[in-house]
Design a protein around this ligand. Structure first.
Ligand SMILES: NC(=O)c1ccc[n+]([C@@H]2O[C@H](COP(=O)([O-])OP(=O)(O)OC[C@H]3O[C@@H](n4cnc5c(N)ncnc54)[C@H](O)[C@@H]3O)[C@@H](O)[C@H]2O)c1
Length: 317
């Protein structure tokens, strides 16, 4: 089996590419290294440095590919509010460029990394693929929803076998983070370990559905094996709501640190609550997340040396 992973040098792309190699696949990765780094990839992954909107490059690297995992994207929500045009160009334009190139080369199987962010602010939880009407609250979320529509519409017209996975908050070792982009789990673990100052936007009661990287990879691989899939959109989360305050408490416990905590007015772009309904994922992907939040946080801290007190290797990109 030969697979193309776009965004292969990113957090999820690296874990997925390495896992595909370990299961015996041939993996070609495409990444422009905008936020990604080739450092974590196994040497067997053939990484091509290039842009998702480069049609000629896509024609070349798609030759002989059986399945495409499309993960390349700009994925920093606050930046999308500042630079929506770039998010449209890479996330939506890149998806359509890839779809055209797949048609030209004759490849019909795709798994797309969509996002739970498309749901936005909702009064009812859990969030259901069919029953919950998307209310994207950022250009990033709009770009993911637009990509889903392109994939489903073009997929129907051209006979693609495509699955869109609405991934909620993925976390784990090697998650991409910097001062400008501070996902809550690595940031809290690092600040707790170094007795730093944690800034909580809002009162800390807002919740997210955190899903460990190994479980996300399971879902992506299961989705790639589905047959006769048309217009399939499936949530991938833990199915559990965890508050930001709970993340902080666990970070304290795991690291043994006692960071200072400062509460700040909330930044725009984030809903109060998020929990994925996993009924479809259970039924269609046989997806049952295996890693508990406590276990996932502990593993993240143990395996990611950047989070430890004396580490100077934070990715500042
Ligand atoms: N991490 C999460 O919690 C999460 C949740 C929902 C959806 N997703 C989606 O999953 C995918 C992977 O997320 P991630 O957390 O690994 O993010 P990431 O930023 O680590 O990975 C994205 C990769 O895409 C590459 N890239 C960006 N622009 C590109 C371009 N023009 N051409 C080629 N490559 C380009 C980046 O260099 C990076 O390596 C993204 O599409 C993201 O939107 C992630």
């Amino acid at each position: 089996m030969k697979t193309l992973v776009t965004g292969a040098a990113g957090f999820i792309g690296t874990a997925l590419s390495n896992r595909l190699i370990q299961q015996g696949d041939q993996v070609v990765g495409l990444d422009n290294l905008f936020t990604g780094s080739p450092d974590g990839l196994l040497p067997e992954v053939e990484l091509i440095q290039g842009d998702i909107n480069d049609r000629e490059l896509l024609w070349k690297i798609l030759q002989g590919v059986d399945c495409v995992f499309h993960l390349a994207a700009k994925a920093i929500v606050p930046n999308s509010i500042l630079y929506p045009r770039e998010y449209e160009e890479v996330n939506v334009g890149g998806t359509v460029t890839l779809l055209e190139a797949m048609r030209d080369v004759g490849i019909s199987r795709m798994v797309f990394a969509s996002s739970g962010a498309i749901y936005g602010l909702q009064s009812r939880q859990p969030l259901k693929e069919k029953a919950t009407k998307p209310k994207p609250a950022s250009p990033y979320a709009v770009s993911k929803l637009a990509s889903e529509y392109y994939i489903n519409t073009i997929g129907r017209l051209w006979g693609l076998e495509a699955v869109c996975l609405r991934i909620f908050n993925a976390y784990g070792p090697r998650q991409n983070f910097s001062f400008a982009h501070a996902p809550v789990i690595p940031t809290f673990l690092r600040l707790a370990a170094s007795q730093g100052t944690v800034i909580i936007h809002g009162d800390g009661h807002h919740t997210r559905d955190f899903v460990y990287i190994d479980d996300v990879i399971e879902a992506l691989i299961s989705a790639s094996k589905l047959n006769n899939c048309r217009e399939l959109v499936i949530n991938v989360g833990s199915g559990i709501e965890t508050s930001v305050t709970d993340v902080l408490e666990l970070a304290r416990k795991i690291t043994g640190g006692s960071p200072e905590v400062v509460y700040n007015p909330r930044r725009p772009g984030g809903p109060d609550r998020m929990r994925a309904d996993l009924t479809l994922a259970n039924q269609i992907l046989n997806f049952y997340p295996k890693t508990s939040f406590e276990e996932g946080m502990a593993k993240t801290f143990e395996l990611d040396r950047r989070l430890h007190k004396n580490s100077a290797s934070l990715n500042h990109k």
